[in-house]
Design a protein around this ligand. Structure first.
Ligand code: CA
Length: 230
């Protein structure tokens, strides 16, 4: 197997070296950048399979680096995991809405870091199913063509919005989405919505799904995620 290349963008050198040491020990190739401007140049030349991106960076901050990568015609497909301090949910939300694929809060253990990197690389290689493909995950079956949902083979009646939310989340298990991203996917970016109205929809959806409603996990302060299959 070809080793995966990781670009580590982190201005604290000891943290950066520790990450590099752990990734190399686990068979990854690494390059590093100590500021946002170098990160963008290296992303272009090194062509990493994944970028680990600190948010607080000199020269160009991490959010801006993320936006630049995700709006680039050549680099937008590279998954980005943002690294941010604990208790900064608004940073995480901003990072996800800037196109980051996942996040890790500092301080983190090497095991958590490795698990996240592997999960994001795995997801990047398995794109979401087509718009009309039936999704079977855990004990749920979602048929977008016929707009029908089954739990343990038994049909569940959902409203159009509930159905679209479930379909959007279940098609991308393991991904965390902010409320804004969910509404954007379900209604389009101009739909007037409050955080609260998304929460209300999710409560209704969970209730109708019964025990399977637990598969839609709340990520405190950030948004929602559909549980991955083991
Ligand atoms: Ca930093």
């Amino acid at each position: 197997m070809v080793p995966k290349k990781i670009l580590i963008v982190e201005d604290e050198e000891d943290v950066q070296e520790l990450i590099q040491y752990n990734l190399r020990k686990n068979g990854f190739l690494c390059e590093s950048a100590l500021d946002g401007k170098t990160a963008l140049t290296k992303a272009d030349t090194y062509k990493p399979d994944l970028v680990l991106l600190d948010l607080m960076l000199p020269r160009i901050d991490g959010l801006q680096v993320c936006r630049s990568l995700k709006s680039s015609s050549t680099l937008s497909k590279i998954p980005v995991i943002i690294l941010t301090a604990k208790g900064t949910e608004s940073d995480i939300v901003a990072g996800l809405e800037a196109g980051a694929d996942d996040y890790i809060t500092k301080p983190f253990s090497p095991q958590v870091l490795l698990a996240r990197i592997k999960a994001v690389l795995r997801r990047a290689e398995a794109p979401p199913p087509g718009e009309n493909a039936t999704i079977r995950i855990h004990n749920i079956e979602i048929d977008p063509g016929r707009h029908r949902t089954f739990v343990n083979g038994k049909e569940v009646e959902l409203t159009s919005t509930e159905f679209k939310m479930l379909h959007f989340l279940a098609a991308r298990p393991g991904w965390v989405f902010t409320r804004y991203q969910i509404v954007d996917a379900v209604h389009g970016p101009d739909y007037p919505v409050t955080d609260r109205s998304v929460d209300v929809q999710i409560v209704g959806l969970r209730k109708k799904l019964g025990k399977a409603g637990d598969l839609i996990e709340t990520v405190r302060g950030v948004g929602y995620r559909f549980r991955e299959e083991d």
